[in-house]
Design a protein. Structure first.
Length: 145
């Protein structure tokens, strides 16, 4: 199993700055990228997801798929799949939720609450978001070595 190496550590001081950072980060992603978004409630996982979607060219609305588990965004340049595993039991079976299907679609897959997964095998990136105060976020990006 490959380890993850830290690629970037960033501090953003507003939601807008976090969104812009995520838009720029999206430009570094390749087809097949599977990004795990770690952070507590309100840390900014969905803000980063929204920015990544915008950076990939998606102009529609991006909301956390908390109740539906997955949103597929119709994007002309690259398919985007947004999963929220919050409502799944800890260590949910990857096959049961279909993550292997989404990861194999040559798009970009965003996973909120990846702590619920048994394995990190399909992940290509991890983004950890920590709340410093009401507006400031510490963002650490790791990628598979």
């Amino acid at each position: 199993m490959k380890d993850f190496i830290t690629q970037e550590i960033r501090e953003t001081r507003s939601e807008t700055e976090t969104l812009v950072w995520a838009e720029n980060f999206a430009k570094t992603l390749a087809q097949g990228s599977v990004i795990a978004l770690f952070g507590t409630l309100g840390a900014g996982k969905t803000v980063i997801s929204r920015g990544i979607c915008r950076g990939l060219g998606f102009t529609g609305q991006v909301n956390s798929p908390t109740y539906t588990i997955v949103h597929e965004y119709p994007n002309p340049s690259i398919p985007i799949f947004h999963l929220d595993l919050y409502r799944l039991p800890p260590h949910a079976d990857l096959e049961e939720i279909g993550i292997d299907y989404y990861a194999s679609q040559k798009g970009v897959t965003l996973i909120e609450w990846p702590e619920r997964l048994d394995s990190e095998e399909l992940l290509t990136h991890k983004i950890s978001i920590t709340i410093a105060d009401d507006e400031t976020r510490h963002i650490e990006v790791s990628r598979k070595a």
